[in-house]
Ligand binder design. Structure first.
Ligand code: UDP
Length: 239
């Protein structure tokens, strides 16, 4: 499997199918595997956050979560195959875990959201075992690690916001004994139904970012990451 370097972050050149296959491979092995979903925003943050950059680059799997990354990769003549977003990967994994009757744990988002997401997933997947949920506003890491450990999930989905979730997985996944931890950002908000994802046609036109900007104008500052990302990768050619 090949990987490319965008702004100093290693991005695995995988499709959604490849990523799922990789995760299934991790389930049968010992050790803890962190899966991250680098996007232009994180790549920009990592320019000034060496620790986060190290954590991202040392993850077992780093899937490309941004259409602009695909465009840039083509311009750099190292084309990425597909955008693989955290939520798409999470939902596909839930489907596969359901077929195998496996166990998952949902950690993150505001109080109540993980439970609502859990109820929605159980509606859809009758064999999926959701062995625990917890919101993402806790202060005692050890207590959460213990809770996760005793429930023995196969996959831990962690949505604590970019940066915090990757650091949390890096510090604690091994102690939970869970073989796979996936950083999912705000996916639980969407799965619970509290937030709407862009309609399919918007996703297909690659303008999901524009849709998010209209729905959550407060995010405009974060969208400044896009021109910075283009500058870093295409002009400054940081690797
Ligand atoms: N979140 C959380 N704990 C925190 C901060 C954020 O659980 O301490 C959750 C937040 O409720 C949201 C998700 O993390 O569901 C993603 O947050 P945000 O959109 O800020 O992050 P990003 O899109 O950068 O991952």
């Amino acid at each position: 499997m090949s990987a490319i370097n965008l702004g100093g972050l290693i991005i695995d050149n995988v499709t959604l199918d490849d990523a799922v296959e990789r995760v299934l491979g991790y389930l049968g092995t010992s050790g803890s595997h962190i899966i991250v979903t680098p996007n232009p925003e994180i790549i920009v943050v990592c320019q000034k956050d060496a620790e986060l950059k190290r954590i991202m680059n040392s993850a077992s799997l780093r899937v490309p979560d941004g259409v602009s990354m695909l465009v840039v990769s083509r311009l750099l003549k190292q084309p990425l195959k597909q955008r693989v977003s955290g939520i798409d990967l999470m939902l596909r994994l839930c489907d596969v875990m359901n077929q195998a009757g496996k166990r998952i744990y949902l950690l993150g988002s505001a109080p109540g959201v993980a439970n609502e997401a859990s109820a929605r997933l159980l509606n859809k997947y009758d064999r999926l075992q959701i062995v625990g949920t917890h919101d993402g506003y806790f202060s005692d890491d050890r207590e959460i690690v213990e809770q996760i450990k005793v429930t023995k999930p196969d996959i831990l989905f962690v949505g604590l916001g970019a940066g915090r979730q990757e650091r949390w997985l890096n510090h604690h996944l091994a102690a939970t004994g869970v073989p796979v931890g996936l950083a999912i950002g705000g996916s639980l908000d969407v799965i619970s139904g509290r937030k709407k994802r862009a309609p399919r046609w918007v996703q297909k036109l690659y303008i999901e970012w524009l849709y998010r900007l209209f729905r959550e104008p407060k995010r405009w500052k974060r969208q400044l990451a896009l021109p910075k990302f283009l500058y870093l990768t295409l002009v400054k050619k940081v690797i």
